[in-house]
Design a protein around this ligand. Structure first.
Ligand SMILES: Nc1ncnc2c1ncn2[C@@H]1O[C@H](COP(=O)(O)OP(=O)(O)OP(=O)(O)O)[C@@H](O)[C@H]1O
Ligand SMILES: [Mg+2]
Length: 341
């Protein structure tokens, strides 16, 4: 066997590959395999080098019965684990036979699968709650409350709220998927961000008034055109200001501060409330879909838990950043940083 030839072939494959001989010793491994196995394991018994029972069983079957197989193999790194699907294939030549193990990194695929399952479970759960309520009220209206106008009115009001919530949820899901689909396409139209913020504030003034909150803009003289999607940016500021009013009402004042660029490239907008604030442990996860600090309360206020997920995707599409800082009892500050070009 021409060893250099074999080494060159294995080295040319961008996938960790390990070859084990009929004597059960590792006789070749490419650089990608050496990187994940940390040291060169050549000459060692495969069971010492690879250790995990599922993979060892597949190798044993391949060596003994000449049957191919697959096994999951997990490497625990310092910060996270990496999962591989290892394909074990019997190989034989004139002077040597054994098995070839090819390691395919499936970490991301597994993560995406998990996210999708969680997402479907969340959506179903969010829809099931109002649907169950509606079914219950329809039942009551048909029977017990049939001739009770006062009860009927009350139930219809609740039903209206629940259907409103469902259609908001569907709308938010649609906007999320639209933003996600466009995320790689950076907007190019020059947009006056200040005007966008002003219209978000104008739209939310009635909501602020109803909650007893004063809504103010500072720095509106900074007329900075930014390459942006005006509708999406409007959604960003509406979501952030709406949250500030909803969750920060006790502070009585919500400010939108528009800063001149600190780092020459950026426009910075802070949405600040003086409400109850958010505990540190939640900050990281707020932009996850359906993540809410107090699910019950958010639902009561008609929230879907998708607002900040949408904000984050839109800001990403604009190659900007969203940062959140908050102090319990003092209030929160949601900062949007937008690149000028
Ligand atoms: N300004 C804020 N002060 C305190 N908590 C906040 C603030 N903004 C957001 N949160 C918390 O973050 C959670 C997620 O916010 P998000 O906007 O994504 O969802 P939501 O407001 O519950 O629903 P939606 O925006 O769909 O109506 C909220 O449920 C709330 O717990
Ligand atoms: Mg919200």
């Amino acid at each position: 066997m021409d060893w250099h030839f074999l080494d060159d072939i294995l080295g040319g494959v961008n996938l960790p590959l390990v070859m084990i001989g009929a004597d059960e010793l590792i006789f070749a491994a490419n650089p990608a395999a050496k990187a994940i196995l940390e040291t060169s394991q050549i000459g060692r018994h495969h069971a010492i080098a690879l250790r995990q029972p599922a993979l060892l069983a597949a190798i044993e079957v391949a060596l003994r019965d000449r049957v191919a197989g697959q096994a999951r193999y997990v490497i625990h790194g310092p910060s996270h684990e990496v999962a591989y699907l290892v394909t074990v294939t019997p190989v034989s030549g004139t002077d040597k036979s054994g098995v070839l193990c090819a390691f395919q990194d499936t970490t991301e695929q597994e993560l995406i699968g998990q996210l999708r399952r969680d997402f479907v479970a969340n959506v179903s759960h969010e829809l099931r709650t109002p649907l169950t309520a509606l079914a219950g009220f329809i039942e009551t209206l048909k029977e017990a409350a049939r001739d009770d106008p006062a009860a009927r009115d009350r139930f219809l009001t609740i039903m209206q709220r629940e259907t409103g919530r469902m259609s908001r949820l569907v709308q938010d899901l649609l906007s999320l998927s639209k933003v996600e689909a466009e995320e790689r396409r950076r907007p190019t139209t020059a947009v006056n961000v200040v005007a966008v913020i002003q219209s978000a504030v104008a739209a939310l003034h009635p909501v602020a008034d109803a909650a007893g909150v004063v809504l103010e803009i500072y720095g509106a003289d900074i007329a900075q055109p930014v390459p942006a999607d005006a509708d999406q940016l409007l959604q960003v500021f509406q979501n952030l200001i709406e949250n500030a009013i909803k969750y920060g009402a006790s502070g009585k004042l919500v400010r939108v501060d528009i800063h001149p660029p600190s780092n020459e490239m950026l426009l910075q907008i802070d949405v600040v409330d003086h409400g109850e604030g958010i505990e540190e442990q939640h900050l990281q996860r707020l932009t996850e879909r359906f993540y809410r600090v107090d699910t019950h309360r958010s639902r009561e206020k008609g929230g879907t838990g998708l607002g900040l997920a949408i904000v984050k995707h839109i800001v990403n599409r604009h190659r900007g950043h969203l940062t959140i800082s908050s102090e319990l009892g003092k209030g929160s500050c949601f900062t949007v940083l937008l690149p000028r070009n």
